[in-house]
Design a protein around this ligand. Structure first.
Ligand code: NAP
Length: 474
């Protein structure tokens, strides 16, 4: 597949050569995209700036119709788009189809929610005064997204931005740009006017510099690592960009002694092993109450042993490859470090890296402790380390002992204990007996170094709106 930029309603291959897109399951080339830079980013921003005045004046109903056409096209073509995703990213096909459906859910949610951008009238303290508050689209939005959810991370920015009346420029990740290209083809077919949606592929640092310095850009919405998020935040200070940052996580999972252990194991498998552990919200460290650790770890070991590893396009595969060599080496390093510091491997603990493909087996580690890398850094792989705790207070303390604050999970059937834990976890997303809490209608995002802002729900639309106060003296 030959991917192209989409700028001002035209497809273009401009740039310094191409970037090869590889299949991490086979090491084969899937396609190419142009290696764009400053010129393409500037052209895309200028096209979005030119389209903004007219687009922002269209009605929310009109924008909703276009969004729904795009939603329908995406759903009609979900198998094909999902296959592109699995080929360039590696996740099992069923998960890729799930991601397309999840992306489409954001589009339909915001197509509706855009009709409910209300202002308000506030009683004034002086006679003859009227106070109005109105909401307006923030302006030209630029977006930078990662490889681990090539469709959903872009859709949950693009749909609310367009619904709010903003024009948009996307930069997908270099490892997975082809899914984005196909989604843009479908958006073009849906009929968005020239310049309203644009996409550039290529050098992240060059495009990022233009995104953060061009005077026409009003908002940067970024999903990716905390390290790059901080760098972009610094760069954005010059133009005082409105920022949304969805960054890294290090999710704890707490299993209390009154939990339904079968359900807790299912929840942990869903949270930990989805996308081969390459998600920002996946459980990274598991705290289990001492009295149930034996039963819980045996059942988790059995469940992990049953997971089928392989090429995501093959029938029944549940764990695809890791996205690249760096990802594989990080996972192997975390496991080695844990074993060196006393962890016991219950299952897995190894992988296969050959011919530019990188498979790591689902791994369960027992006797984890707080000194291990795996208990302190994002692993981004299928590794489940188990550490024990004695009291609920200790579990919360261990869970909060991190600079991250994206997602946390816990399992208990006690309302009292659960309420205590939910209210004391310093995390933006909390799953209570739920390993998969993400949903288009709910606000998703992190505290602390996991970011700023929320995506999804009412908050996800608010992120693309400015508040204007009009004071009228009659
Ligand atoms: P990353 O290295 O930060 O890259 C993310 C995006 O930033 C990519 O498009 C990348 O482009 C771009 N980028 C890299 N350097 C840049 C620069 N100097 N200027 C501008 N853009 C730059 O992260 P990743 O490895 O792709 O993704 C994994 C991370 O994303 C994890 O930390 C994960 O937790 C986080 N994540 C967070 C959420 C959330 O909602 N909070 C969701 C998913 C993932 P290239 O690919 O072209 O280099």
């Amino acid at each position: 597949m030959e991917g192209k930029h989409y700028i001002n309603g035209e497809w273009s291959t401009a740039g310094d050569g191409v970037i090869n897109v590889m299949n991490p399951a086979t090491g084969e080339q899937v396609g190419t995209v142009p290696n764009g830079g400053e010129d393409e980013a500037t052209q895309a921003i200028e096209a979005a700036a030119a389209a903004f005045p007219e687009w922002s004046k269209t009605t929310a109903y009109h924008r909703s119709e276009l969004l729904m056409k795009w939603h329908d096209l995406l759903m009609e073509n979900k198998q094909e788009v999902a296959e592109i995703m699995t080929k360039e990213m590696g996740k099992p096909l069923a998960e890729s189809i799930g991601e397309i459906e999840y992306s489409a859910a954001f589009i339909s949610w915001f197509a509706e929610e855009g009709k409910r951008v209300y202002g308000r009238t506030v009683p004034a303290s002086k006679e003859g005064k009227r106070i109005q508050v109105i909401k307006q689209p923030v302006g030209v939005v630029v977006s930078i997204t990662p490889w681990n959810f090539p469709a959903a991370m872009m859709a949950r920015k693009m749909a609310p931005a367009l619904a709010a009346g903003c024009s948009f420029v996307a930069k997908p990740a270099k490892l997975t740009p082809l899914t984005a290209v196909r989604i843009y083809e479908l958006a073009e077919e849906a009929g968005f006017p020239k310049g309203v949606i644009n996409m550039v592929t290529g050098s992240a640092s060059k495009i990022g510099k233009v995104f953060t310095s061009h005077p026409s850009v009003r908002k940067l919405t970024f999903t990716g690592s905390t390290e790059i998020g901080k760098e972009l935040m610094k760069q954005s200070s010059e133009t005082m960009l409105n920022l949304s940052l969805e960054l890294g996580g290090h999710a704890p999972i707490i299993v209390l002694d009154d939990a339904n252990i079968e359900e807790a194991v299912k929840g942990v498998v869903a949270s930990k092993f989805r996308n081969a552990g390459q998600t920002c919200v996946c459980g990274n460290r598991i705290y289990v109450q001492e009295s149930i650790v034996e039963e819980f770890s045996r059942k988790l070991q059995e469940a992990a042993s049953d997971l089928k590893v392989g090429n995501g396009l093959d029938e029944g595969v549940q764990i695809g490859p890791l996205v690249d060599k760096d990802g594989y080496e990080k996972v192997a390093e975390h496991v080695k470090d844990a074993v060196d510091k006393g962890a016991k491997v219950l299952v897995g603990g190894d992988g296969k890296a050959e011919n530019d493909s990188y498979f790591y087996n689902p791994t369960v580690l027992l006797n984890a402790n707080s000194d291990m890398l795996v208990m302190n850094e994002e692993t981004f792989g299928p590794v489940a380390p188990i550490m024990t705790f004695k009291t609920d207070e200790e579990a919360v303390k261990l869970a909060n002992d991190t600079r991250f604050g994206l997602a946390a999970y816990f399992f208990t059937d006690s309302m009292t204990r659960g309420t205590y834990i939910a209210e004391n976890l310093d995390y933006g997303i909390v799953g209570w007996n739920d390993g998969l809490p993400s949903a288009a209608q709910a606000p998703f995002g992190g505290m602390k170094e996991s970011g700023i802002g929320r995506e999804g729900g009412q908050e996800g639309l608010e992120a693309f709106l400015e508040t204007k106060y009009i004071s009228i003296q009659l």
